[in-house]
Design a protein around this ligand. Sequence first.
Ligand SMILES: NC(=O)c1ccc[n+]([C@@H]2O[C@H](COP(=O)([O-])OP(=O)(O)OC[C@H]3O[C@@H](n4cnc5c(N)ncnc54)[C@H](O)[C@@H]3O)[C@@H](O)[C@H]2O)c1
Length: 397
Amino acid sequence: MAKSYDICIVGGCGHVGLPLGMAFADRGQNVALYDINEPVIAKVNKGVVPFKENGAEEVLGRVVKSKKLSATNDSKVVADSKTVVLVIGTPVDEHLNPKVSEIIRAVKEIQDYLDDDQLLVMRSTLFPGVTDKVAAYLKKQGKKTLVAFCPERIVEGHALTELYELPQIVAGCTPEATKRASDLFKILTKKVIVTKPVEAELAKLMTNTWRYINFAISNQFYMIANASGHDFYNVYNAMTEDYPRLKSFAKAGLAAGPCLFKDTMQLSAFSGNNFFLGHSAMLVNEGLPGFIINAMKQKHDLTHSTVAVLGMAFKGDNDDPRESLSYKLKKNLEVEADVILCHDPYIKDPRFVSLDEIKKKADIVVVATPHTVYKDLDWGDKTVIDMWNFYGKGGLV
Ligand SMILES: NC(=O)c1ccc[n+]([C@@H]2O[C@H](COP(=O)([O-])OP(=O)(O)OC[C@H]3O[C@@H](n4cnc5c(N)ncnc54)[C@H](O)[C@@H]3O)[C@@H](O)[C@H]2O)c1
């Protein structure tokens, strides 16, 4: 029977699903977004982008108007689509282990709508082996649905350029699944790279882990320099100026968010918790808020200080608060400081205060998230803790 949609995205209103759906729709595909978040579905169908993503308003307006894209909470839409892409969240549990059962549960929820002519693309970041497990599960149910893993590698905020520019890793469980998935992603990008599913799962986890470890190196060096009374950025600048081999040496700063931490922990779980480098990176990155507070305590009487946390999103120019270390900084400060004031230009929270209030009341300002809009602010004679060297005046606490 003819299907109404080329592509259905399960988890389609999320940070990965929505830009992906928009990109396919903008290339002429009929796209259905299936999600369980009703308020967000309503927004998307009105052409309102529910989070900050560069260039998204214009594209969403266009594809909603042309009816190339629509969102629904009716899972039957899965049955009416040639290809199904599954991209729900894959957090780790309280033991820092993957919640594999949630992915299997999501597949079980839609399995009655899957048929033998469809391709199921797994796009969530998966624990190694899960794609093959999904394929085996469906086979056991008597389904011949093709299964492939095609990891998402965009960085939040830049999806609508990177989806077209990055090569797509494609890993089918059968040659036919690889062919179908390759043809699908060639709608967006020129280059596909073919691997086995487990290799692609490892490639995605290792990519995020590599970045997380890189940030940890900078943060560890920052702490070493600071603890001995030296400004890390004098060292950093000397190291990186006209020195191509250190191009990827990141600045120090709070490194967290919904992906890097949990994917490093997934890789660690995969290695039987013997991934010392990954765990060390976690200790370093997660330890930075505590280090900053301890260093502040050496120089300031925090019990009589009002401390402002500038930026609550997990990274600059973004509105995503998920797993942001700004919140850990705030929580730790609550034990030490007299008053904590928080601000973010993109996250609405009644507990946050205005920049004017911070200017009036704060003794110490910590640049937690380097949003560009903070760049031109003049903090006068306030103490500014700037681990990113955002203001170019050094990062010494
Ligand atoms: N955020 C990123 O930049 C990024 C980048 C690359 C890969 N990833 C990976 O992509 C996956 C999704 O991440 P995200 O940031 O888009 O998460 P998200 O929470 O923003 O989106 C997930 C969406 O799935 C929906 N959902 C949850 N369970 C569902 C179900 N059973 N049926 C239908 N819809 C359901 C949620 O309502 C939500 O809208 C994760 O595995 C993540 O690691 C994320």
